[in-house]
Design a protein around this ligand. Structure first.
Ligand code: MTE
Length: 318
């Protein structure tokens, strides 16, 4: 991605284990509706027991059977500029972040608007595990077992009007808990948007967990967007506002560098980033010098989503 300023990370920004564990205790006290709070039991040798387990998760037919990226890689190799620009920064610097209690404001072109708690958002929905390929614009990739709900099912509850052509997802702005927001790396808050038909597509989810446990802060706790056929930057993390609009909205990366990051950001091996090729990708977990593999059109989801773009020149609408 494009970096405006070189980051300076103070040692005071690095979280101690005790701060982290206190946050977990708060979560226990919060009592999440629709999610059973089990005692802190080890899930497997790969997942530390301090992570809150999610219950009643159904499997999705949309999951890939590709080999999953390890829990350690999924949670320590991240992009979340609110916590710094290095891949390890989000895991190191997000311990002070409080993802509960949480509320999301719904506004714009919809019959039902207002502010809803995390519990309100999740209550009527079934949690599903969706194992998706994830392709970052930086030409690396992962296979991640997200846990989430269908975004389309959620959005329908707000009854978008016929004027709702786009949906924007805005990240929380809390510089006191997010050290990266103290620097002008991006024009905070982080915003990404979809066309309404993309948002309603059955592949699009609002994720609340990964590997069967609640989202770690570095992965976008407590709610983040996942659109598997688009570059990862479309997936806004820690969402506090969802807005329905008639006009194409401002989005963070497109606004910062329109020649490098398009509004659509569909994974497309035939459209290079101006500074590097998008034809191949490096799967995370195989080591830095591991072989790159070919990138697939729409990240392998072409059969499901290519029809959304019929008639569009994808070299222009990249
Ligand atoms: N959301 C916010 N708010 N801030 C960010 O910097 N980075 C994006 C996306 N969502 C980002 C964000 C990018 S570039 C990627 S590749 C994915 O998050 C990475 O998600 P992960 O760290 O869970 O793998």
């Amino acid at each position: 991605m494009l970096i405006r300023n070189k980051p300076i990370i103070n040692s005071s920004e690095i979280t101690s284990e005790s701060v982290y564990l206190n946050r977990r205790n708060l979560l226990h006290a919060a009592g999440l509706s629709g999610i059973s709070l089990l005692p802190n039991i080890a899930l497997s040798e790969d997942i530390p027991s301090r992570y809150q387990r999610l219950e009643n998760i159904s499997k999705s037919s949309f999951s890939t059977d590709a080999k999953k990226t390890s829990f350690v890689d999924v949670t320590t190799y991240n992009n979340f500029y609110e916590f710094g620009t290095g891949k390890g920064d989000p895991a190191s610097n997000s311990g002070k972040f409080k993802p509960q209690p949480w509320a999301v404001t719904i506004d714009g072109e919809a019959e039902v608007t207002g502010t809803f708690t995390y519990e309100d958002i999740l209550k009527p929905h079934t949690l599903e595990e969706r194992i998706y390929r994830m392709r970052c614009v930086e030409a690396w990739s992962m296979v991640v077992p997200w846990v989430g709900i269908s975004l389309g099912d959620l959005l329908k509850r707000f009854q978008p009007t016929s004027k709702a052509k786009y949906v924007t997802f805005e990240t929380v702005e809390r510089p006191s808990e997010m050290p990266g927001q103290k620097r002008p790396l991006l024009d905070w808050p982080y915003r990404e948007a979809l066309r309404i038909d993309e948002a309603m597509h059955p592949l699009t989810i609002l994720a609340v967990g990964v590997y069967g446990v609640e989202l770690p802060n570095q992965n976008g706790a407590p709610l983040r967007l996942i659109v598997p056929w688009k570059y990862g930057f479309k997936g806004s993390k820690s969402i506090v506002r969802i807005s329905f609009t008639e006009k194409k909205p401002y989005t963070s990366w497109n606004d910062l560098a329109p020649g490098e990051y398009g509004f659509y950001a569909n994974v497309n091996p035939e459209v290079d980033h101006p500074r590097w090729s998008q034809a191949r990708e490096r799967p995370i977990g195989g080591g830095f010098f591991s072989n790159k593999v070919p990138t697939l059109m729409f990240n392998g989801y072409a059969d499901q989503v290519a029809n959304l773009y019929t008639g569009m020149d994808l070299t222009r609408y990249y």
